[in-house]
Design a protein around this ligand. Structure first.
Ligand code: GLN
Length: 249
C-alpha cells in the first residue's frame, strides 16, 4: 500500500533515491518487501518533488502511470540534484480513482505531504471530520481520495500555524477516533525538517550528522537503518532525530 520516502541533506541526484540504491523507490514499487495490510505492487502512479535551492518552493512531477514505465524520469532523475526530496509510489485503495492528482506528494508553498495507508469506512466515517474544513478546501481537494482529505486536514492545521509534528499527531488522533483501524503513515516536509507517523505500516530512518532519509523500506542492507516502531511520531532534520510514541509526544 504505497511506499514513500523523504530526504534532507547534501544535494544528491534524485536517481540515487529513485533508481540507483539496491532497494530504491522503483524497486519498492514493484517488489516491496513489507506491505503490511495487503497490496502487492505500487503501480497506480507516483510523484516526486524536490527543492531546487534552499528556501525555494519545491518542484513537483507526478503521474498516474507506474514509476518504472515513465520514459522521462530516468534522465530527469539522473540530472536533477537536490538537498530536499519527497517521493511516493501509489497502490490505489479499491474504489479510489487512478489519476495523477491522487498521487503524492500533495503540495502547498514549501510543504510536501504523502500518505501510506487507508481510512477505514471511507467516505462516511470522515464526514464529521471533513465538516470542520472550509467548504472551499473540500471543493478543491486534489482528488476524491482518503489521502487528499488527510492532506487537507493537515494543511488546515499548518495554515493555522501548527508545527508539522503537531499537525500530523492531531490529524492521526482525529482520524483514528473517527475511523478506527485506519492505517495512517503520514509523511511531511518543508525542506528543513521531516515529520512522519507510523500507524499500521512500515517506516525506517537513516540519519547521520549531515543527512536524514526516511523511507517505507530501507534503501540498502546497511546497518545504519532503524525501524520506526508502530504508533510513533518521527521528527528529523540533518543531525536531529526524535522518535516519540503517538499520544505522548
Ligand atoms: N488510500 C490511499 C490511496 O488510495 C493510499 C493508498 C496506499 O497507501 N496504498 O490513494
Amino acid at each position: 500500500m504505497c511506499r514513500h520516502l523523504a530526504y534532507l541533506g547534501p544535494p544528491v541526484p534524485l536517481a540515487r533515491l529513485l533508481f540507483d540504491a539496491p532497494h530504491a523507490l522503483a524497486r519498492q514499487a514493484w517488489a516491496p518487501r513489507d506491505m503490511r495490510g495487503g497490496g502487492t505492487i505500487n503501480a497506480d502512479g507516483f510523484g516526486v518533488a524536490w527543492y531546487p535551492s534552499a528556501g525555494a518552493d519545491p518542484v513537483r512531477y507526478r503521474s498516474a502511470a507506474p514509476l518504472w514505465s515513465d520514459t522521462a524520469l530516468p534522465g530527469l532523475a539522473a540530472h536533477t540534484v537536490s538537498g530536499g526530496v519527497l517521493a511516493a509510489v501509489r497502490s490505489a485503495t479499491v474504489g479510489m480513482p487512478v489519476v495523477e492528482t491522487a498521487a503524492a506528494p500533495f503540495a502547498e508553498g514549501p510543504w510536501l505531504f504523502s500518505h501510506n495507508g487507508v481510512v477505514r469506512g471511507w467516505p462516511d466515517a470522515m464526514a464529521g471530520a471533513a465538516a470542520r474544513l472550509p467548504v472551499r478546501d473540500l471543493l478543491t481537494l486534489d482528488a476524491p481520495t482518503d489521502s487528499a482529505l488527510l492532506w487537507a486536514l493537515v494543511r488546515d492545521r499548518l495554515r493555522a500555524g501548527a508545527p508539522p509534528a503537531e499537525a500530523l499527531a492531531a490529524t492521526v488522533a482525529l482520524v483514528s477516533a473517527a475511523a478506527p483501524g485506519s492505517r495512517l503513515n503520514l509523511l511531511l516536509t518543508d525542506g528543513r525538517q521531516i515529520a512522519a507517523s507510523t500507524v499500521g505500516h512500515a517506516l525506517s530512518v537513516r540519519a547521520d550528522a549531515t543527512s536524514v532519509l526516511v523511507s517505507s523500506e530501507p534503501l540498502d542492507p546497511g546497518p545504519a537503518w532503524t525501524a520506526v516502531p508502530d504508533g510513533h511520531l518521527l521528527v528529523a532534520a540533518p543531525s536531529h532525530l526524535d522518535i516519540t510514541a503517538l499520544g505522548r509526544s
